[in-house]
Design a protein around this ligand. Structure first.
Ligand SMILES: [Zn+2]
Length: 383
């Protein structure tokens, strides 16, 4: 009696073990999902093929010849395994009105670049900072965008002390699209408008630290030859990364004629090519104004990014902090935020805190994400 019960239970366990192996054909259902949309599915289970029937007849003498037994109706409910969900990291340090948004539609592409060899480590940040005037010592500052020479010097030293370095706009393209390797703490120092004097103030720091300054340069016809010559000569140092800031610095509105918007988008590309021999890959929206038409034209013109004047947070791979106005555009890369120079040290501190938290979060989900990559992504692109 005892033995027959033992064999009966063993037979059942063997059968159960066979039942919890999920079908190998699951990955086909996963194409086209996104990082923000968890996928649910019902796994197809192997059907047990045991067909024997219950025939054991225990006797008082307990003969040791039981037959393993099972019927399909004796099986417990089918277990349903769930795919690990690939989520967007939430940073407590962001303002409550800011939401981090991903922009890559394919989860497998994202994970391959996130965990691939030679890529930027999770937690790698880019801090775009918008500069305007730097007041000469002793000058009273009466506007919201000017910083003192003292604060400027403090900030440049502080950034260096925290281990920050600069990247160019083209490096940002590589980082945001394929997570190409950049320094873990990166900045884009962006100087708005035509400010040769301020550009010159940056120069010694750029040389000393091997940094670059990104110019948001309006290419207006009003630029005289002397100014062009001065800027071209500064650019020869290789320290300037000239990007578009419109042609006539028009604040684009919904009523702005299409022709004017086109001029703002297309004209600077040619003028920058003529004077600096480089092609801009970003537009820094004049006045911070953007709309859907302008974004569409920027895409068509081959520009990869647009920058606003909203201070939202740092950039990470497939992670852009946005407010409501930018989210409405449904084009995160064309409404990238910028911190303001007036609180640039606070920006660096916040960015570092977010970087550290993102690193920790990445470690927490690494096993799940690698499992996803291994089991649900086609292996063609992986080595
Ligand atoms: Zn401007």
């Amino acid at each position: 009696m005892k033995y027959s019960t033992f064999f009966f239970v063993s037979g059942l366990l063997l059968l159960l073990a066979a039942c919890v192996q999920p079908s190998a054909a699951l990955s086909d259902t996963l194409k086209g999902d996104t990082a923000t949309q968890p996928i649910e599915f019902q796994a197809t289970m192997l059907v047990p093929s045991i067909t024997s029937t219950i025939t054991h007849t225990p006797t008082a003498t307990a003969t040791l010849t039981p037959i393993p037994t099972a019927t399909r109706t004796a099986l417990p409910p089918t277990p349903t395994p769930t795919i690990p969900t690939v989520t967007t990291f939430i940073a407590d340090e962001l303002s409550p009105i800011v939401t981090p948004v991903g922009y890559l539609a394919d989860t497998c592409d994202y994970l391959e670049n996130r965990w691939g060899r030679g890529k930027s480590e999770p937690g790698t940040i880019v801090v775009p900072i918008m500069f305007h005037s730097i007041a000469k010592p002793g000058r009273v500052i009466s506007d919201a965008t000017t910083i003192s020479t003292e604060y400027f010097e403090f900030f440049m030293a502080y950034a260096e002390e925290l281990g920050f370095s600069t990247i160019t706009m083209d490096e940002l393209v590589g980082f945001l699209t394929e997570n190409e390797k950049i320094p873990e703490r990166s900045m884009l120092l962006i100087l708005d408008d035509r400010r040769p004097g301020v550009t010159e103030l940056f120069m010694p720091y750029l040389e000393a630290n091997d940094w670059t300054l990104t110019l948001a340069w309006p290419t207006t016809e009003g630029t005289n030859d002397e100014l062009w010559a001065r800027m071209e000569s500064l650019a020869e140092s290789g320290r300037l990364d000239v990007q578009s800031h419109g042609h006539d610095h028009i604040y684009i509105q919904d009523y702005t004629p299409l022709k004017e918007i086109e001029e703002e988008i297309y004209r600077p590309i040619e003028v920058i090519q003529t004077h600096f021999g480089t092609t801009p890959s970003a537009i820094i929206w004049p006045g911070g104004n953007f709309n859907e038409v302008a974004i569409q034209l920027a895409k068509e013109a081959g520009l990869r990014f647009g920058f606003t004047v909203y201070s939202r947070g740092p950039l990470m791979f497939n992670w852009i902090p946005l407010g409501e106005a930018e989210m409405e555009m449904d084009a995160p890369l064309y409404v990238l935020p910028r911190y303001w120079s007036t609180a640039a040290d606070v920006a660096l501190n916040q960015a570092v805190a977010i970087s550290e938290a993102a690193k920790q979060a990445a470690n927490g989900v690494k096993a799940d994400e690698l499992y996803y990559l291994e089991h649900y992504c086609p292996a063609i692109k992986r080595d």
